[in-house]
Design a protein around this ligand. Structure first.
Ligand SMILES: Nc1ncnc2c1ncn2[C@@H]1O[C@H](COP(=O)(O)OP(=O)(O)O)[C@@H](O)[C@H]1O
Ligand SMILES: C[C@@](O)(CCOP(=O)(O)O)CC(=O)O
Ligand SMILES: [Mg+2]
Length: 395
């Protein structure tokens, strides 16, 4: 089968409000980050399927004539069934491999399986609440659909970067959601929606509304480096809701109201002069939501430390993503001086955390011209990552 070489990227995300509650049908507000995952897919002739995942130290290769012919339609059916199972205990590498194989077989399974090398690298910390799983799934879906011809290649000869039309983005998003199902068990779909469309989104029960008019927010991102798994945390919250339904329902309703109030404040900030009151409201919403997330059982002492250290500098923080460790976001006011930001960053680094100011609202999934690779590198912890050498393909 003829396949196209493809290079794509998708952004990570920060959830401003609504993590976990969004899994239970409440509103979430999420925004794309300027940190991205990249995927390079190359057609090969060696009869192998190779996958290079340097961020998670996974380098695999299967012989299509030998091992992979065992992956028949029946196995695809069983993988589909597996996707419905939420309590399988897979490790980082197995989850990433399974979602890759699932999408590869779903896209190509009805014909001859093509020989490929797929390499994925990311600027996002893995498993830290910034949607690395969704960026990975969106890249896989876009690249495999594009390579197979199921969607177009939007790149013209003169473009460096291009995006797909709305209909094709919807297809990418729906396949990325399948990938997220393997990694998360029961995802809401908000992360893959941000990875696909970028910008700031309001997400409610699968309905995605892009917020086109949003103020420029300054955000500090802190990675506590405490490892956690979204899948485990999502199922922990579900257990708590099942155990104490009448206690947890008002908490989820309150988070929903926080997301709606935040959306209203953000919209006011674009239609009237921005005042300190707007920022006071945004800060209070961070504080209230952080308490709710603790009530849901997804806090962590390291996240408490983050909130305490930033509050000592007059700044307000909350966890972002699934919690239980991972990352938090801190709202910076326009008047927050760079001296205060620098002192806060230093205090957080002294706690052993990674911390950096970030810009938000980057573009959703994109296709890049091959020459883009000359300018990009594989920034894992700031280092260039050497991908496994194989006979034909090397990033
Ligand atoms: N760059 C990557 N390469 C391969 N797999 C990845 C990558 N980024 C994320 N993943 C997959 O996503 C999982 C982390 O997902 P998750 O627990 O949802 O955390 P996150 O908050 O980063 O989305 C990893 O265990 C791995 O299976
Ligand atoms: C907790 C949740 O709301 C967000 C999870 O984000 P992340 O995988 O921690 O980046 C789950 C979901 O929406 O599917
Ligand atoms: Mg995730």
């Amino acid at each position: 089968m003829q396949v196209r070489d493809v290079l794509v990227s998708a952004p990570g995300k920060a959830i401003l409000h609504g993590e976990h509650a969004v899994v239970h049908g409440k509103v979430a507000l999420a925004v794309s980050l300027n940190l991205r995952s990249y995927l390079c897919l190359k057609a090969t002739t060696g009869g192998n399927l190779c996958v290079n995942l340097p961020n998670i130290d996974t380098f695999l290769s299967w012989d299509l004539r030998d091992e992979l012919k065992l992956l028949d339609p029946d196995l695809v059916r069983r993988l589909r069934e597996f996707v419905g199972v939420t309590n399988g205990n897979l490790n980082t590498s197995q989850m990433a491999t399974l979602s890759f194989l699932y999408l590869y077989l779903s896209v190509f399974g009805s014909g001859e399986l093509p020989s490929l090398t797929v390499s994925v690298w990311s600027e996002l910390p893995t498993g830290a609440g910034l949607g690395s799983s969704a960026a990975y799934s969106v890249c896989l879906a876009a690249a495999l659909l594009c390579a197979s011809g199921a969607i177009s290649s939007p790149l013209n000869d003169w473009d460096h970067t291009a995006r797909w039309c709305q209909e094709e983005l919807e297809l990418i998003n729906s396949w990325a959601f399948q990938g997220e199902m393997i990694i998360h068990g029961n995802p809401s779909g908000v992360d893959n929606a941000v990875g696909t469309w970028g910008g700031m989104l309001r997400f409610l029960a699968g309905k995605i509304i892009p917020l086109s008019r949003v103020p420029l927010l300054r955000i500090l991102l802190t990675n506590t480096k405490v490892p956690r798994s979204t899948k485990v945390l999502v199922s922990r919250v579900k257990d708590k809701i099942n155990k104490f339904p009448s206690i947890m329902a008002p908490v989820l309703d309150s988070v929903d109201a926080i997301s709606c109030t935040c959306e209203k404040v953000l919209s006011e900030m674009t239609s009237e002069p921005i005042t300190g009151e707007h920022y006071n409201a945004l800060e209070e919403l961070f504080d209230i939501n952080q308490h709710h997330l603790n009530v849901m059982g997804v806090g962590h002492p390291a996240l408490d430390t983050l909130c305490r250290v930033t509050l000592a500098k007059g700044l307000h923080s909350k966890l972002t993503g699934a919690g239980g460790g991972g990352c938090g976001i801190t709202l910076l006011r326009p008047e927050t001086s760079s001296a205060v930001v620098q002192a806060t960053v230093q205090d957080l680094k002294d706690c052993g955390f990674d911390c950096w100011e970030t810009s938000i609202g980057g573009p959703g999934v994109q296709q890049h011209a091959p020459c883009f690779l000359q300018f990009s590198f594989c920034p894992v912890g700031g280092d260039r990552v050497a991908l496994k050498d194989d006979e034909e393909s090397r990033v």
